[in-house]
Design a protein around this ligand. Structure first.
Ligand code: GLP
Length: 256
């Protein structure tokens, strides 16, 4: 339950003071899950939001508070056309921020191959790997400014599976900062689907900072619509939202 100084809006929306506390709260939830089931299947996001979570997990592994030895992890998406060792690829990001720093087994790391010759086949392969693993036990998500989850842009079907998607101009503009030159930013990506996401046993959605406040409000309290892909999360039976107070600023709150 929320520690002192935390306030809660509803049963499963946790609002904390800052990014660090949000990251620690998410790390606690991931650690708890792994302790409950050492063979947990995780779904893990990229982006700025989960960096603090990954730092906290790396620290916990170093302190032997948790081990990833039995954990299997699926990353949610990857740019089409980028090599695994490209610094802007999600392969590189995950290796750099988490996988290369914890005791996870190589064979337990799953990432879609954005350079696959047969991209459609790669998407089918990835979706069936998730299924074969028994499904995702705990899926962690960030949210894009337009409400995208992984790379499920507005207009995505709620029952969509892993597939190749065209990125919206806004997403390309925002994510271009991770590329040396903006024109290097790919125009498409492989992403797990909203249907894939909704099948996860548990979901944690994280958001930090004022710029996420409007979309968080729309996603959590607005109409469930394909125009805001994250709004489908309102229908998930085991969703925990962890927000810092800036991202929660448009939600109606009352102090604890
Ligand atoms: C990318 C990723 C998403 C992520 C989003 C938000 O587009 N595909 O998984 O949630 O960006 O990123 P950030 O956490 O940097 O705001």
């Amino acid at each position: 339950m929320p520690a002192r100084g935390w306030s809660a809006l509803g049963r499963n929306i946790i609002i904390v003071d800052d990014y660090l506390t949000m990251s620690q709260a998410a790390a606690q939830a991931v650690i708890q899950q792994i302790k409950k089931d050492k063979n947990t299947v995780l779904g893990l996001p990229t982006g700025k939001t989960p960096i603090g979570l990954y730092k906290a997990l790396v620290r916990a592994v170093k302190q032997e508070a948790v081990s990833f030895k039995g954990v299997r992890a699926f990353i949610l998406d990857e740019y089409v056309g980028l090599a695994k060792n490209d610094k802007a690829s999600y392969h590189f990001f995950m290796q750099d921020k988490l996988f290369g720093k914890v005791d996870i087994k190589k064979e337990n790391i799953f990432m879609p191959d954005g350079q696959a010759e047969d991209l459609t086949g790669e998407c089918l392969r990835y979706e069936s790997l998730i299924k074969k693993s028994g499904g995702i036990d705990l899926l962690v998500l960030g949210i894009g400014l337009n409400g995208h989850l992984a790379f499920n842009e507005p207009g995505s079907d709620f029952d969509s599976k892993t597939r190749v998607v065209k990125l919206k101009a806004e997403t390309r503009r925002v994510n271009a900062v991770n590329f040396t030159k903006p024109e290097q930013m790919p125009s498409s990506a492989i992403t797990i689907g909203l249907g894939t996401i909704m099948k996860a046993e548990k979901i944690i959605l994280m958001a930090s900072g004022e710029k996420k406040a409007k979309i968080i409000k729309r996603a959590l309290t607005g109409k469930i619509t394909g125009a805001v892909p994250a709004s489908i999360l309102q229908k998930h039976k085991n969703l925990t939202v962890i927000l810092d107070k800036d991202a929660a600023k448009h939600l109606v709150t009352h102090s604890a």
